[in-house]
Design a binder for this molecule. Structure first.
Ligand code: HEC
Ligand code: HEC
Length: 220
């Protein structure tokens, strides 16, 4: 190998190292360990039931990391991970995942129906003050999320969604503003939890266009 070749290879290595340093500097260092469970694209892992974080609101992610650390949301894995994080680190992680766009995918056609769809779109409250309001009335059409307080449900793993509803019923997740979700979850039967979790899991986290909203055809 000539000296010229060695210099070329040396320059090449330096450029590659610099390129990696630039990519890495965009992400807070803590997120390197998150991808193993929450995916390199931030879309989670449906088989293992690890939730997607991509596109969730910054402040929602911060709040959840705070809750895992301080015990108002109980999860053994996430407690250990959230423990060393301070407020600026939680904020940087929140911004990082909030900026990640879930991959675009059309809604399933035909849209899923059945009890899950009815609960999501109409609720089960029979025009009384008791009962379950439509999930979409807080979580937005097709469960795509609203503002900073109401997270997206669409495309989350079914087992994850069901586990959260169980956690509110049992009081191991107790960090929701005004206990909105505790009051909803406590009124759901196990069969309703299974149905509504399957419904949202089947929807797209980022549909390019929305189908006609608000109908559960044939159900009313
Ligand atoms: C070993 C697997 C694993 C690793 C690594 C991991 N997580 Fe998690 N994460 C989970 C599981 C499991 C849950 C669901 C916990 C529950 O059921 O409450 C979760 C939930 C979360 C949630 C709540 C999501 C929501 O929709 O409410 C956030 C935020 C989160 N993780 C952030 C992180 C961050 C940031 C990292 C890296 C610093 C990380 N996780 C690393 C397994 C993991
Ligand atoms: C009155 C408003 C409201 C209604 C109605 C509502 N939710 Fe929620 N939901 C919330 C809020 C607020 C949060 C965020 C809680 C937090 O910050 O910890 C949430 C969070 C959730 C989560 C956790 C998401 C995650 O990423 O961990 C699930 C699952 C959920 N809701 C399911 C449902 C289902 C299913 C229904 C209908 C049966 C429903 N919600 C109806 C307000 C509502």
């Amino acid at each position: 190998m000539t000296l010229r070749h060695r210099i070329d290879i040396g320059v090449g290595i330096v450029l590659v190292v610099l390129a990696f340093a630039r990519i890495a500097s965009a992400a807070p260092p803590q997120v390197a360990g998150c991808a193993g469970c929450h995916g390199v694209t931030g879309m989670g892992n449906p088989v293992s039931g690890f939730p997607a974080l991509a596109g969730l609101p910054t402040s929602y992610i911060e709040q959840q990391l705070f809750a895992f650390k301080h015990g108002s949301r109980v999860n053994a894995i996430m407690k250990g991970i959230a423990q060393p994080l301070n407020a600026p680190q939680r904020a940087a992680i929140g911004r990082y995942y909030a900026a990640m766009m879930p991959p675009s995918r059309p809604e399933p056609s035909p849209l899923p129906g059945g009890e899950g769809a009815v609960l999501a779109i109409d609720g089960a409250w029979m025009h009384t003050t008791k009962g379950v309001p439509a999930c979409d009335s807080c979580h937005g059409p097709f469960g795509l999320g609203v503002g900073t307080a109401f997270p997206r449900l669409a495309g989350q793993p079914a087992s994850y969604l069901a586990a959260q509803l169980d956690a509110w019923r049992q009081g191991t997740r107790n960090n929701d503003p005004l206990h909105l979700m505790r009051n909803v979850a406590r009124q759901l039967t196990p069969a309703q939890i299974t149905a509504v979790a399957a419904y949202y899991a089947s929807l797209s986290a980022n549909p390019p266009v929305l189908p006609e909203p608000g109908t559960t055809s044939g159900e009313k």
